[in-house]
Design a protein around this ligand. Structure first.
Ligand code: GH3
Ligand code: MG
Ligand code: MG
Ligand code: MG
Ligand code: MG
Length: 315
């Protein structure tokens, strides 16, 4: 099969962001320094402001700690250390994590006035020379964290749908295209479905636009419950798409059929006005190079579903 860790991670990243995890009080900072006294001093400063702390005594341990703790947001690193120095650590970190996901702050007591430039050139977000005033330390740290949070928020908003909180069209196309390109190298196709609410216009006409919105939100929640392993996105209006990364084509068809039946049965529980509605679904498995080409086939199947009387899955 064609499960990929990247796709799951990308989706879970968005899902985690959507759930709006508590912020600063649980940020973890990694302190990398060969001097136990400096590690303890920085740990004390960080604990005083309720940061979680991980420590390492050289760059190699630092990389291991980054693997061990997935919640590290900022690395504060010394340069001169045995085994792997801070500049090397910084450039290794940048091979895996961008400076928008993980901040690196270099810290050193060296007389070398190029040290700050060396850190920054190798991907550090900031630099502090020792000795420093605790206030400067806290200010730089919190500004870096605020920047990371601002970027995460903007990225989240750019990738999710405001009404339903589902991933949006942009996110769907970008992440599925990435997956598709990987699958093509192994001559594997992908399964995509297009789902459209039947006679949605009549819901708006009969119950009002707010009730229509309520239906869309209720359906989005039902999608999330039913397809925890797939990527479900709102493409626009009352149209949704699903990318099945972890299922065979047969399984995907079966899941969609079950879902169609469940929505027919339970849709009145989704909205305040107990509105019953049904879905038409087009699904396909294709080995093509572009997401929009595959989605076009699913859309043709969806059209056939509408033509043949709606409330049906066409494969
Ligand atoms: P069909 O069974 O052929 O799909 O018919 P339909 O009425 O569902 O399809 P049509 O494309 O005619 O109408 C879709 C309607 O969805 C029209 C549009 O006003 C409404 N719509 C699009 N986006 C939203 C939204 O965010 N909220 C609400 N309430 N309505 C929306
Ligand atoms: Mg992180
Ligand atoms: Mg040192
Ligand atoms: Mg439509
Ligand atoms: Mg419709």
């Amino acid at each position: 099969d064609y499960i990929t860790k990247e796709n799951r991670q990308a989706y879970h990243y968005l899902e985690t962001q959507l759930r709006r995890l508590p912020k600063n009080e649980h940020v973890r900072i990694l302190v990398v320094d060969d001097s136990a006294a400096t590690r303890n001093h920085l740990t004390n400063l960080l604990n005083r402001h309720n940061y979680l702390v991980a420590v390492a005594k050289d760059g190699i341990e630092g990389l291991a700690q980054l693997e061990a703790y997935t919640d590290i947001k900022v690395v504060i690193t010394d340069n001169e250390m045995p085994n792997m120095d801070g500049i090397t650590l910084t450039s290794k970190i940048r091979q895996e994590y961008s400076n928008e996901d993980l901040a690196v702050i270099g810290i050193s007591s060296t007389k070398d006035n190029q040290m700050s430039a060396k850190f920054l050139k190798n991907g550090a977000n900031d630099y502090l020379s020792k000795p420093f005033h605790p206030e400067e330390f806290y200010c730089r740290l919190s500004q870096n964290i605020e920047m990371l949070d601002a970027i995460a928020t903007i990225r989240l908003q750019a990738n999710s749908d405001y009404l339903t909180n589902l991933p949006n069209r942009r996110y769907f196309f970008e992440s599925v295209q990435e997956q598709l390109t990987k699958n093509l190298e192994q001559q594997q196709g992908i399964t995509l479905a297009m789902i459209d609410i039947d006679h949605f216009k009549a819901i708006n006409d009969n119950y009002g636009h707010d009730a229509g919105d309520d239906v869309l939100k209720g359906l989005a929640d039902f999608f999330k419950q039913h397809f925890p392993e797939a990527l479900v996105a709102r493409l626009g209006g009352e149209e949704f798409a699903i990318f099945f990364a972890n299922h065979t084509y047969q399984e995907a068809q079966q899941q969609l059929e079950n879902f169609r039946i469940e929505v027919d049965k339970h849709s009145p529980t989704f909205s305040q006005d107990n509105i019953h509605f049904t879905l038409s679904v087009g699904v396909t498995h294709q080995l093509k190079t572009r997401v929009d080409e595959i989605l076009k086939v699913a859309d043709l199947h969806l059209y056939t579903a509408k033509e043949s009387g709606r409330n049906i899955v066409i494969a």
